[in-house]
Design a protein around this ligand. Structure first.
Ligand code: IVH
Length: 708
């Protein structure tokens, strides 16, 4: 693998981290490896920012933040901090206007609605509370219900008034707004880092978010953060949002000067067009336009749907496109051996992020777009979406460009790569390929598998490097003493991890199957297989879970592709992959050793056929957005466990959409199709066998949170 390719670097980073850890351990030089570790860590953060597909829940970047966050007190928001629905393009803005008009009982002849258009600042939403004129407390949005108390850091933001210029309406007042890092401040920070020979930050938004959650307010202070206030919580006797913004200005808050009150959706559209380019000249990043109904009485009448107001929406600017040079194409080897070509481009700023690479998916895509190394290419990035190469600028070719070929051998282990007929993906067939091993082990111990809390990438890299773990069963042989020898793991953590490992010995069959990482088998298929085993193998009288697990493993090992095709939910291709997997000698050994290590599935209750009569049998649900308690995969798992089908896209066949914070196009589509929308509580009610009395979308506004 080439060290200059940033995406392949994510894989390499693991190896480098491993080496760094090793050197630390062997050379016993405490300061340098620490610094090196931090550098690699920051590099990984930047990579994951540019390439969300590389981000796994156990990534060090996902964990290291935790103790810092744990350091802040939780703050419950009196009025939840909601998110906004999205509108892409003028047509969707007109649809928004039509929904607003329906909600206000205005027909085509009625008056145009007055809206306020605001730039959507790409920073971090915060809540500021005042006690009389005094700044009392500042909090992050968090999950919308509970955020973090970051008062000490926000005090360092000079744009935030610590004392109001006038008496506020009411003794207690709450103001919301967006803290952000101005482009100039961000550039200056990166210049300083560059002078110091340190790695740079990829974008201002994430840097701002990190800065607000700094442990040391002095660091926040040095970063020159700023604020735009955009909301006064509560009506306070005012008639319009415009009035509340005027009041905020008088009280001493910075209110963006580009806010404009307009009448009718045509003027809204004109505003979005006006700012599409003009925004690039601003000293702060924007990612859209927020459109709000101006009248507070009308806001109240419109109310909320699935945690977003009906009286506002976020127009998203079209994906930004830039041209850059395709310098090289490298290959990244994934967990199940897929060789993914990755474009390495001349670093270019697009949508506020420095992009250095873009996924190319597979060789067919490279051919279809006729991309050649050395080409000038058009690159685009929309919102949080992975950067993508749209096309090559053919006219810019000078003949020096070269056609790229997929390597014939795995760039990591050198095994001859294969590409099966009918498949677009080339893969490394060697199950012992180092690129696959750590990824495979992390999949096994991760959330969808044995779900071992605390066994993340950093620890796994060390375990493999020290030859303590080379295959799944080895994990269960780790004891406190072995774990305590690892870097950054004290006695207490080692004990916790050892306990988590022991607890993971018992898991539902579907998780064990999923953890094995069988090609084509994801969570739903694993559950279908688990249900099939449960229905085929009733528990014998006096049979233990362990005995049943062995019988189930035998059944899997003996199952032919034909038999598997008969399993509900499993088609030919998947059945063949499963049969091939279990017929493999290596798999048989792996399973054997897992059973010997004590891995046990829960046997079905006598006579039960798992999930067949579940509460959601025959129902199709789609989960979108961020739910307060469940992660998305937990919610989907709960749906499946209740016999339901967790689908990924909304259609007329969808029975319910479960929508959380930041639900976007799926929510809009559900609304369009009249699919009932539930929040997490609604899902829980369904799972408990109660009807969700009122899906959110038909909730009368009076039952929804008060407009803010
Ligand atoms: S109003 C209920 N106004 O966008 C409406 N939000 O997806 C609350 N944002 O979390 C938001 N600029 O972080 C509003 N001028 C603006 C905004 C703005 C940025 C962010 C905010 C919020 C998110 C909504």
């Amino acid at each position: 693998m080439t060290a200059t390719d940033p995406v392949a670097r994510a894989a390499e980073l693991r190896a480098t981290l491993e080496e760094a850890n090793h050197r630390y351990h062997v050379l016993d030089a405490p300061t340098m490896p620490d610094r090196q570790y931090d550098r690699l860590f920051r590099e990984l953060v930047n990579l994951e920012t540019a390439h969300p597909e590389l981000l796994i829940s156990d990534s060090p970047t996902q964990r290291i933040g935790a103790p810092v966050e744990g350091g802040f007190r939780s703050v419950r928001h009196d009025v939840p901090m909601l998110s906004l629905g999205n509108a892409f393009g003028a047509d969707e803005l007109r649809e928004f206007d039509a929904r607003v008009r329906r909600g206000l009982d205005l027909d085509a002849t009625g008056p145009a609605v007055a809206y306020v258009c605001e730039l959507k600042i790409d920073g971090l939403a915060i809540s500021l509370r005042y006690d009389g004129r005094r700044f009392l407390r500042g909090a992050t949005r968090g999950d919308g219900t509970t955020g973090e108390d970051v008062t000490a850091n926000l005090r360092t933001v000079r744009a935030i008034p610590l004392r109001l210029h006038e008496d506020p309406p009411g003794d207690r007042m709450e103001v919301r707004g967006e803290v952000f890092m101005p482009r100039g401040a961000f550039a200056a920070l990166n210049e300083q880092l560059e002078r110091d020979g340190k790695p740079l930050y990829a974008n201002a938004r994430n840097t701002a978010a990190g800065t607000v959650r700094q442990k040391d307010p002095a660091v926040t202070a040095s970063r020159r953060m700023s604020l735009w206030a955009y909301q006064l919580v509560g009506a306070h006797g005012l008639a319009t949002h415009t009035d509340s913004l005027d009041l905020l200005r008088r009280l001493g808050f910075p209110v963006n000067p580009n806010v404009r009150r307009v009448v009718g959706i045509d003027e809204v559209i004109a505003y979005t067009e006006e700012w599409a380019d003009a925004r690039k000249a601003l000293d702060y990043e924007t990612d859209g336009i927020v459109i709000k109904v101006d009248s507070l009485a009308e806001q109240e009448q419109l109310g909320f749907v699935a945690r977003a107001p009906r009286w506002a929406t976020a127009y998203k600017f079209p994906a930004e496109q830039v041209t850059t040079k395709l310098e090289a194409i490298d290959v990244y080897v994934g967990r199940i051996g897929a060789l993914t070509p990755v474009a390495h481009v001349t670093p270019v700023l697009v949508g506020g992020t420095t992009v250095r690479n873009a996924t190319l998916h597979n060789i067919d895509e490279i051919r279809r777009k006729d991309l050649r190394v050395g080409d000038t290419v058009v690159l685009q990035r929309a919102g949080d979406v992975i950067p993508e190469i749209v096309n090559a600028v053919v006219g810019a070719r000078d003949g020096s460009e070269t056609v790229w070929e997929m390597p014939t051998h795995c760039p990591v282990c050198g095994t001859r790569a294969i590409r099966e007929e009918m498949e677009v993906v080339t893969r490394c067939p060697n199950p012992f390929c180092p690129a696959q091993r750590i990824g495979g082990l992390l999949h096994f111990t991760g959330r969808g598998g044995m779900d071992i809390d605390g066994l993340g990438e950093k620890i796994m890299v060390q375990l493999v490097a020290r030859e303590l773990v080379s295959e799944p069963a080895d994990v269960f042989r780790l004891d406190v003493d072995a774990l305590e020898g690892l870097d950054r793991l004290g006695r207490k953590s080692a004990e916790n991890l050892a306990a988590a490992i022991q607890a993971a010995l018992q898991r539902p069959m579907s998780r064990i199957i999923n953890g094995l990482g069988i090609r084509h088998v994801g969570g739903q298929t694993a559950i279908d297989l688990g249900a099939w085993l449960a229905s085929q193998l009733p528990r014998g009288a006096g049979e233990t879970d362990a005995d049943w697990t062995r019988r189930a493993a035998d059944m899997l090992r003996g199952a032919s592709a034909d038999e598997l095709t008969a399993v509900y939910g499993i088609g030919r291709v998947v059945a063949e992959a499963i049969a091939r997997f279990f017929a493999d000698e290596h798999t048989r050994d792996t399973l054997h050793r897992l059973l010997d290590a004590g891995v046990t599935a829960e046997a079905p209750a006598p006579g039960a056929s798992q999930a067949a009569d579940g509460r959601l049998s025959g129902k199709t649900l789609v989960v979108t957005g961020t739910l307060p308690e469940y992660t998305r995969s937990e919610a989907e798992e709960a749906i499946r466990a209740a016999g339901g089908h967790a689908a990924s896209s909304v259609s007329t066949k969808t029975d319910y959409l479960v929508a959380g914070e930041r639900a976007g196009s799926k929510l809009a589509r559900a609304e369009k199709l009249g699919v009932p929308v539930l929040d997490e509580d609604g899902l829980r009610r369904l799972l408990e066998g109660r009807q969700p009395e009122r899906p959110m979308r038909s909730a009368p506004p009076s039952k929804a949170p008060a407009p803010t």
